[in-house]
Design a protein around this ligand. Structure first.
Ligand code: HAM
Length: 421
């Protein structure tokens, strides 16, 4: 008996339709926003994430699944989708195709974190990445795509929090201001904040320790340190969101946990799923393509955590479509009627109708019970007399009614019934 590794989850046969629904909704968002799907390997060279996500982040510093392969290379299971998408963009010369290059992906991701509700070691993301445009309209469109995805799934009660963390220049001025502010408080702050003070002071704003939160509350705001261009960009993003009646709150404390961000950053947050309330996070990363060896190319994207999204759907009563059931169960009584049942099922399946037959040599009574358990919409049992007459008695399980239908007319009967449903 083996147990599933800590922080991972199975998808059971009775649950997979929920995943399929979310994934098809993601693909539908991809279609209407003209995003093309990309797929990158589950593992990449470790260096990609070190350079891409940043050495000073928790993700790279503490959480990566890194190992040496048999060829002595350092390999890492992807902790997120952006770095791989950028590598794909650069390596395949997509910068010489018409801009913007608009992509989406659905991918597993791996982080060695302490598992808790909404936090797993293997999780899944639906993400989009758009390369080549620095227009504020693109920021807005990416945010619309995230919000449209959540809306389509019937999710309510998430709030959009928006911030700008400026460009390199704004941030270097802001980092100095932060250091000046935090310096006299350092003794009262947690161990990781003291480390972040030297490596990445911006991340101190994100600290969850109660003792640090108070100090953080009065820290200077990044919005007071934006240069004129970054300020104008942020104003324009907000203006477009306002025009489109997208509700948001500016939260100058959003800094995001990955180092590549510039200018616009945003999160969709819920209070209905406990401590890990961020279902979607994203932002601009105008420096990353160049950092990973490409020509300077602005870019922006987001990722939604699918498990967190499902938790949110469950906790807020957002509904899934009904689990698919067989359209018809075709039972048999003996060797030859079972054969006839198989033949009819094959014909219906070839025509695209889901059909189920008996695999367990159940009695007729037990077959009826089983068909009911399956939720089959129609049930027919073939016996000797049906074989002789070529006429079947098809029972509509929902209405409790029956109809006599010729064997070779079952397909049209079911099709017609569907239209009347
Ligand atoms: P992130 O904020 O690290 O951003 O992750 C995005 C989402 O993935 C989170 O909001 C959360 O829903 C989910 N997530 C993250 N870690 C876990 C975990 N351990 N367990 C379950 N769900 C988790 C990124 O990954 C960026 N690549 C997003 C992005 C794309 N920015 C620009 N483009």
């Amino acid at each position: 008996m083996f147990n599933i590794p800590k922080g991972t989850k199975d998808v059971l046969p009775t649950q997979s339709y929920k995943w399929q629904y979310i994934e098809s909704t993601a693909r539908e968002v991809g279609r209407v926003f003209n995003l093309k799907e990309i797929r990158t390997p589950v593992f990449e060279h470790t260096e990609l994430f070190r350079r891409g996500v940043g050495e000073t982040t928790d993700v790279v510093g503490k959480e990566m699944y890194t190992f040496e392969d048999k060829g002595g290379r350092s390999i890492t299971l992807k902790p997120e989708g952006t770095a791989g998408a950028v590598r794909l963009f650069v390596e395949n010369g997509l910068s010489s195709t018409p801009m913007p290059v608009k992509t989406f992906y659905i991918t597993p991701a791996f982080r060695y974190e302490r598992p808790q509700s909404g936090r797993l070691r293997e999780f899944h993301q639906f993400g989009i990445e758009v390369f080549g445009s620095e227009a504020a309209e693109t920021d807005a469109e990416v945010i619309f795509a995230a919000s449209s995805f959540l809306n389509k799934l019937g999710i309510k009660n998430v709030r959009l929090e928006l911030n700008s963390i400026g460009c390199k220049d704004c941030r270097s001025r802001y980092n100095s201001a932060l250091k000046e502010y935090f310096k006299p408080h350092l003794d009262d702050m947690c161990e990781s904040c003291r480390t972040r003070f030297d490596t990445n002071p911006l991340r101190m704003l994100d600290c969850k320790e109660e003792s640090c939160k108070k100090t953080v509350a009065s820290a200077p705001s990044i919005l007071d340190y934006l240069c004129d261009e970054c300020k104008a960009h942020f104003e324009k993003v907000k203006h477009i969101l306002d025009c489109q009646k997208v509700r948001y709150a500016v939260n100058p404390r959003i800094v995001r946990g990955l180092n590549y961000y510039t200018r616009t950053v945003f999160e969709f947050v819920s209070d209905d799923i406990g401590a890990q309330g961020t279902v979607c996070g994203g932002g601009r990363y105008d420096g990353l393509v160049a950092e990973l060896g490409g020509a300077p190319t602005p870019a922006i994207g987001f990722a939604v955590g699918i498990e967190r999204l499902m938790l949110l759907m469950e906790n807020t009563g957002a509904s899934y479509p009904k689990e698919p059931v067989p359209r018809i169960y075709i039972g048999g009584m003996d060797e030859s009627s079972r054969e006839a049942a198989f033949t009819l099922a094959s014909a219906l399946r070839s025509a695209g109708i889901s059909a189920e037959v008996d695999h367990m040599y159940r009695s007729v009574k037990a077959q009826m019970k089983y068909a009911d358990k399956l939720g089959a919409e129609y049930v027919v049992i073939i016996g000797e007399s049906e074989m002789q007459s070529g006429e079947l008695n098809i029972k509509n399980m929902r209405l409790g009614t029956s109809a006599t239908v010729k064997t070779d007319e079952v397909y049209s009967y079911l099709k017609e019934e569907k239209e009347n449903d």
